[in-house]
Design a protein around this ligand. Structure first.
Ligand SMILES: *Cc1c(COP(=O)(O)O)cnc(C)c1O
Length: 381
C-alpha cells in the first residue's frame, strides 16, 4: 500500500520570513508597533485601499475591538450568519451584544441576505457578514438594507477567509466601516497567531488606537500630538510583537506567489472533481461570476452525514487528512440561549453535516493533489 501522507494544513515559509525575524530581534524593538508592524500596515493599506490598518494579536481580538467600538448598550443586537467560527459571535457577546443568527445561502454558504430584513429590530446595531471560503457575501444587497433602516446599522466584515478577494472588482474588507483579518496558521497568510483591524470609517481610528493600547492615548503621544500619555478609555493589549509582524511581512511580500499557487490548487481540484461530483450528486463550491474569490479552501458537500464520515475515515486510512467544521451556532450550548426557533436554520443544519474540506495549503503539490483525486475516485459508499 501507498503510505503517502497529505496533511490538511501545513504552514510553510514562503520567502524572507526567517531573515526578517532575525532582523527584528537584532533591531532591539521586538514589542508592538515596531518597524515591521509599520511595514505590514502600509502594505495592506496601499494594496487593499483602506484608511487605516492595525495589526492585532488575533482576528478574535480585532472582532473584540469592533464590539468595543460599537459602545453596546444592554439589549443591543448584532446579526451573524449561523454558519461561522465561534469567535465571530463570541467576541461581540463578550462585550455585551445579544447575537441574532441568520441562516446561510445554499450556494455560497454566506449569510442569506434575503433573510436579513426580517431579523432587524430597533435594537439592531450591526451586521457581521463572513465571506465564507473567501467568496463575497451579497454586499450591495446588505448595504442597501442597512442604509434603508431608520437607525444606523453598521456593517463589520469578518474577512478571516477573504484577504485579497474581491466583490464586483473591489477588495473584501473595504465594504464595512470595519473589517477583521486573521493570520492564524490555517489562513492563506500567517504568523502563527495574528490578525488585523481594517478601518474604512475614519471616525473609528483614534478610539481604535486607544483600545488597542490598553485604553491609553500612547499612539497620539508617539506622534507628538500630546505631551504625555494616560488612561483615557477602556481597552486591552491587542498589539502583536514585532517579531510576529516580521514573519507576517515575509509572507505578505509573497502574496502574488501564494495566491497564484492557491488558485492553481483550487482549479486543479475543481477540474478533477467536476464530472465525478456531478455523477455522484456531490456539490462543489459555487462562486458567483462577480466574485473573485480569495482561494482560502476547497470543500465538497456530500449527500449526508453518514457518507461524509465514511469519506473522511476512508481518506484518513489512505493518509489524507480532511476536516469538517462549524457545528451550527444555534445548536451550541451557548447559542441555544439566544434562539427562539431552532427550525429557522435548515441550510446550516444540512451543510454542517455534509461539508468536508480537502487538504489545502501553500506546500501542496500537483503530485499530492493527484494522489488525493485518485483516492477520491475510488471512494465507494
Ligand atoms: C479563523 C477565523 C476567525 C478567528 O481567527 P483567529 O485569528 O484565530 O482569532 C474568525 N472568524 C473566522 C470566520 C475564521 O475563520
Amino acid at each position: 500500500m501507498n503510505n503517502k501522507n497529505i496533511d490538511f494544513n501545513n504552514p510553510v515559509v514562503m520567502g524572507n520570513e526567517i531573515n526578517y525575524v532575525i532582523e527584528s530581534i537584532n533591531s532591539v524593538h521586538i514589542s508592538g508597533d515596531g518597524p515591521f508592524t509599520k511595514k505590514v500596515h502600509s502594505l495592506l493599506e496601499k494594496e487593499i485601499g483602506v484608511s487605516k490598518v492595525l495589526l492585532t494579536t488575533s482576528c478574535t481580538h480585532a472582532l473584540e475591538m469592533m464590539a468595543i467600538l460599537l459602545r453596546l448598550k444592554p439589549g443591543d443586537e448584532v446579526i451573524f450568519p449561523d454558519f461561522t467560527f465561534v469567535s465571530t459571535v463570541n467576541a461581540f457577546v463578550l462585550h455585551g451584544a445579544k447575537p441574532v443568527f441568520v441562516d446561510v445561502r445554499p450556494d455560497t454558504l454566506n449569510i442569506n441576505e434575503k433573510k436579513l430584513e426580517s431579523v432587524i429590530s430597533s435594537k439592531t446595531r450591526a451586521v457581521v457578514p463572513v465571506h465564507y471560503a473567501g467568496v463575497a457575501c451579497e454586499m450591495d444587497f446588505i448595504s442597501e438594507i442597512t442604509n434603508n433602516s431608520k437607525k444606523k446599522i453598521a456593517i463589520f466584515e469578518d474577512n478571516a477567509h477573504g484577504l485579497f478577494g474581491k466583490y464586483k472588482g473591489k477588495y473584501l474588507g473595504t465594504f464595512g466601516d470595519l473589517a477583521a483579518q486573521s493570520f492564524h496558521e490555517t489562513k492563506n497568510f500567517s504568523c502563527g497567531e495574528g490578525g488585523a483591524l481594517l478601518i474604512n470609517n475614519n471616525l473609528f481610528i483614534e478610539r481604535a488606537e486607544i483600545i488597542r493600547e490598553k485604553g491609553t492615548n500612547r499612539s497620539l503621544f508617539f506622534r507628538g500630538q500630546v505631551d504625555k500619555y494616560s488612561w483615557v478609555d477602556i481597552g486591552s493589549s491587542y498589539l502583536p510583537s514585532d517579531i510576529l509582524a516580521a514573519y507576517l511581512y515575509g509572507q505578505l511580500e509573497q502574496r502574488e506567489k501564494i495566491q497564484n499557487h492557491r488558485m492553481n490548487i483550487w482549479n486543479y481540484y475543481y477540474d478533477g472533481l467536476k464530472d465525478w461530483s456531478y455523477k455522484k450528486g456531490f456539490q462543489l463550491p459555487k462562486v458567483p461570476f462577480y466574485c473573485e474569490q480569495a482561494y482560502h479552501m476547497f470543500y465538497l458537500l456530500l449527500p449526508n452525514l453518514k457518507i461524509r464520515q465514511k469519506f473522511i475515515q476512508y481518506l484518513r486510512e489512505n493518509g489524507i487528512y480532511c476536516v469538517f467544521h462549524y457545528l451550527p451556532l444555534h445548536k451550541s450550548k451557548m447559542g441555544r440561549n439566544y434562539v427562539d426557533n431552532p427550525k429557522n436554520f435548515p441550510i446550516t443544519d444540512r451543510v454542517s453535516n455534509q461539508i468536508v474540506r480537502l487538504p489545502f495549503h501553500n506546500a501542496l503539490t500537483k503530485v499530492d493533489i493527484d494522489y488525493v483525486l485518485e483516492n477520491i475516485y475510488r471512494f465507494n459508499y
